[in-house]
Design a protein around this ligand. Sequence first.
Ligand code: FAD
Length: 483
Amino acid sequence: MNAEHEICVVGGGPAGATLAARLASLGHDVVIVERHRFPRPHVGESLSPRAWPLLAALGVVEEVAAASFTRTLEARVRWRTGGPQQVRVADSGDERRSGLTVDRGRFDAILLDGARAAGATVLTPAAARRPVRRGDGWDVPLERGVLRARFLADATGRRRLLGGRRTPTSPRTLALHALWRDGPPADGAQTRIEALADGWLWGAHLPGGAFRAIAFVDPQALASEQRDRERLFCSLLAASSGFAELLVGARCRDRVQACDATSYIADTPIDTDSVKVGEACFAIDPLSSSGVQTAMQTGLAAAAAVHTILAPHGDNAAAIDFYSEHQRHSVKRHAATAAAIYAEHEAHGDREFWRRRAAEASDRSTPAAAALPRAPHRPLTSLADLLPQRVGLSSTATVRDTPCVVGDRIERRRALIHPALDRPVAFLGGSELAPLLDELQASASLALALARWERKLPARRGPQIARWLHARQLIEPVRRAHS
Ligand SMILES: Cc1cc2nc3c(=O)[nH]c(=O)nc-3n(C[C@H](O)[C@H](O)[C@H](O)COP(=O)(O)OP(=O)(O)OC[C@H]3O[C@@H](n4cnc5c(N)ncnc54)[C@H](O)[C@@H]3O)c2cc1C
């Protein structure tokens, strides 16, 4: 087959399906090339509640809600070796705000159908070989024929069709996993997490009744068991308090599988002809159970960047900066969170597995912690007391041109930057912040600035923004210079 499309997305997992759905709904001609006929099996079945807004953005909430996936009611966590088990209740009482344990084959198929419904063409089963850059586009060789595309997206997960350098952001981690059928009866604890001396275990009942167990260890652990993954996996389960008993008498469905679970970041996430999304762009520690939602987020962020690059007068540099920053920020945030959790383990001081992962916590948290504003020397002036005073931005805040999403595209806008803010902020509740800050600094008092804001903002928005700025110590009284 020889065909020509504007955008070719290789890989129809959560990242590729999200990117293709969004670009197709923005009017682009998109083809997805997926090597497997869906539904295909995939490990990584636990979805956090934060996936729901992304599913809503793709218009597939009803399909996911109707799919009889398992609502995560509680998680049993034993994070201290041999320590007490904690029951963390995750049930929000609202089905569409709860975490889910899904069958990834069916879940990923819903997303791919969503992309098809949005207008993307789906070629499956079709495996792409290494694409070749040609003039103003790409040749993507398939088993039969070649696809031509102006823009290429690599959404092939850890296979990373486009290759390129990637930098590990965690110690190398091996995942061993298997499925049990006729497994332990579901007793309300869909998810189990248990720390071992040199690794940790995750387990859950999947929709349909099978039980999945995964062990995360250093790859050297395999060498010490003569590279026998069944033997290593069984010894890890046997050393646990919560899994050994649970799986007595259960029949293992398949052989034990092994895969890499190391976190990493790709060096070049985007250029004017290609983008990497999902795990082709970066992989996070599986501890957070948020790989799927993170992959979908890259799909949405990349769609805004690609739409900008393909627009007649799009700001390409802003699009590239925006997506690169999205990648860096996500990697940093996830690494810091995972490392802080590893540092909670009592063996983080001496056992290699825990020490190296917890060390990432102190390495990564230092710059951020150092950047946080020190406690003010004097008590914070209340907002009411600030009203009659001239108020300006805190001396540690700046306003700088920053690429951000405006409508469907990336544009540079002036954004507020401060160590207490996770990211630069250009809009608050849909209102552009920089012009309001200009007015604030030009007004003789905060009360006068609020009166000016009131004329242009919806009711109550002005006081909300003032409270937001005040609570984060982003504004302060302007001290008069003494002559
Ligand atoms: C052991 C383990 C446990 C995990 N647990 C969780 C969890 O509990 N919760 C969670 O949210 N995340 C989890 N994750 C992470 C999660 O699975 C991934 O983040 C997610 O699947 C990434 O989505 P993706 O679309 O980037 O890639 P994938 O889902 O891997 O999709 C890539 C697609 O590309 C296709 N493809 C590859 N090469 C080609 C080619 N040449 N041509 C055509 N098609 C191709 C593949 O067939 C596949 O369908 C886990 C990961 C691991 C390793």
